[in-house]
Design a protein around this ligand. Sequence first.
Ligand SMILES: *Cc1c(COP(=O)(O)O)cnc(C)c1O
Length: 464
Amino acid sequence: MTFAPVLDQGPGTIPAGSAPVGGPDLPQERRLVTEIPGPLSREMLARKAAAVPNGVGVTLPIAVVAAGGGVVVDVDGNSLIDLGSGIAVTGVGNAAPEVVAAVTEQVARFTHTCFTITAYDGYIRVAEALNRLTPGDHEKRTALFNSGAEAVENAVKIARAYTRKQAVVVFDHAYHGRTNLTMAMTAKSMPYKSGFGPFASEVYRVPLSYPFRDGGLSGAEAAAAAISQIEKQVGASNLAAVVIEPIQGEGGFIEPALGFLPALAAWAKDNGVVFVADEIQTGFSRTGHLFASEHEGLVPDLITTAKGIAGGLPLSAVTGRAEIMDAAHAGGLGGTYGGNPVACAAALASIDLFENGGLTERAREIDVVLRGALDALRAVDDRVGDVRGRGAMMAIELVDPATGAPDAALTARIAAFAHANGVVLLTCGTYGNVIRFLPPLTISDDLLREGVRVVGEALAANPL
Ligand SMILES: *Cc1c(COP(=O)(O)O)cnc(C)c1O
């Protein structure tokens, strides 16, 4: 589809009606008709610089007008391969028709009541679905919020109310959000925390299993080290919750060695500590399971979800054991917008697609395609030190082949090359040397392979 945006509200704007409709019917192709960013995108970004603070950065400075399937289309008419899905959000695809229909219907009925003032069915249906689908067949409850950080905050509140203890254990490289408590729980200073303290107290950080960099400790050995540190530096009698991402997101797509997570969960159970799986990035079919915890049969006490839950609308959840979830007093949990009816409609449509639309199976197919393509990159370039992750959540770690030292500069050059060549590609990692592949589950194999091919071209264009 080609289109000529007409400016009518100043530079970088297009009038309603002249933008292409998003969703899976967009031509699924990488198509560059200008340099990236093109002139219209540059005009919009100039307005952004004058209207939006510097702290709100933009990784790839294009002005998006439509997205769907596996592409993002900008105002200049460029079509980019989407390997980020808005940070693991549009698993069902951008502007998925089922989500658009559900949202359209709900938005015409009512847009808001505040669930804690007057309740509605959609919220309860989302809670029922999450109670049914999250790991474990015990009785569960779900509370809904707006963002991932808010879900993590509430999981900690609930764990503290239940245990009547205060300390929270988190891990090296962890990312849990940008609010005050979740900044304290997040590991990396720049850009998430630097200058924004003081941070919440009673948050303790312990080592993670990181097979590529911890000398190959087994999961059991790494868990023993973490547990020893918890016992010595915190003490189970003070500890309300252990909060962990089953595969770390922002921290570098670190996949702990098998056995690490179950050992921690068992220790938490034996010691009256609430085990919280932060599945905000890993959840909703992304890793080839509905939830990443399932990979090792893990049954968390509480699970936080957000990102993929509602096809792009803001919604998050805490789901967990009824006796823990019910520990907070009436009126202790909530918020004006939490579980907004439009977001719930989007979540119900999305969850139906995850459960019945073949998306978990699709994530496993993407695993095969991605892993094959990334292993092939590693076979010809020893700067690709590690290929890891699962499903549509995979990454490569770029290193100095002689020393294994992280190569953040190369990583930044690869990302810049990909952006200039029409691929939305994200980096991550404590050392800034991880390229992550997080495509929508609706991307085609061809686009996926083409995206990785561009990364290969980027490596070739940046020789040692
Ligand atoms: C993104 C993320 C969060 C924070 O979610 P927001 O919606 O950005 O507040 C928390 N935990 C993990 C694992 C995440 O990936």
